[in-house]
Design a protein around this ligand. Structure first.
Ligand code: 6GU
Length: 221
């Protein structure tokens, strides 16, 4: 898979890609991530990428021109399955959306910033708008890193244990059951007996029951 990420602050987004599973996936060639600084695609003297909004109002708006320049340059060399804008008004990310994107070969992610982007970017250049939840962040960089992480860990060879991603919480719409490791008894806090029983069908039943309980209580504070 190839992911191109366009941002006004590319350094804000690159660090999550230099550690752990994501780093290994990149090193093994499972995914290639390219970062592009939007300012490099501005044709103006001062590398301007944003401007005031027509009709008045606070905040700066990302202009269409540098975004279009960057996209057309990328599209002239590679064919893309999706061009995503990270924006709080987009479709809320969930496991199903990550699964869908993990099947794509090449994608572009544009990070929104400031007040937002010129509507014509959404109307003419973008294929999907994605949000990571109902709260506002200062830019689309952290959301893009979250989105990429959730995609990359699903790629074959992108995660150590091949079956692990399929067993994740949410893959079946449920939270995984509680998990424990040694010691069996830590200062009086014990591991549920059933897990030590060796009875795999009973263990599976217990896990299913816990998983349903946890899922129904997930949003209780
Ligand atoms: Cl994608 N962008 C911003 N700026 N804020 C967000 C978001 C995206 N998703 C949730 N909040």
């Amino acid at each position: 898979m190839r992911i191109d990420i366009i941002s006004v602050i590319p350094e804000l987004i690159s660090s999550p890609f230099s550690s752990s599973i994501i780093k290994r996936a990149i090193e093994s060639g499972v995914v290639k991530v390219h970062f592009h600084n939007l300012r490099d695609y501005s044709k103006s003297k001062h590398k301007k990428v944003d401007d005031y909004q027509y009709g008045g109002g606070p905040g700066m708006v990302l202009m269409i021109e540098p975004i279009e320049n960057c996209l057309s340059q990328l599209k002239s060399k590679t064919s893309y399955d999706a061009i995503v804008l990270m924006t709080p008004s987009g479709k809320q990310l969930d496991q199903k959306l990550s699964n869908k994107f993990s099947l794509f070969k090449n994608i572009i992610i544009v990070c929104g910033h400031y007040k937002g982007v010129d509507q014509r970017v959404k109307d003419y250049l973008i294929t999907h708008e994605v949000s990571i939840g109902n709260y506002v962040l200062t830019g689309g960089e952290l959301p893009a890193a979250v989105f990429c992480d959730s995609i990359i860990r699903l790629l074959p060879g992108g995660i150590g244990n091949e079956t692990s991603a399929l067993n994740d919480s949410f893959q079946d719409g449920l939270i995984s059951a509680p998990i424990y490791t040694r010691p069996e008894n830590y200062k009086g806090m014990t591991v549920p007996k059933i897990l030590l029983s060796g009875n795999s069908s009973e263990i599976e039943k217990w896990r299913d029951k816990k998983s349903i309980e946890l899922s129904s209580r997930k949003n209780d504070l």
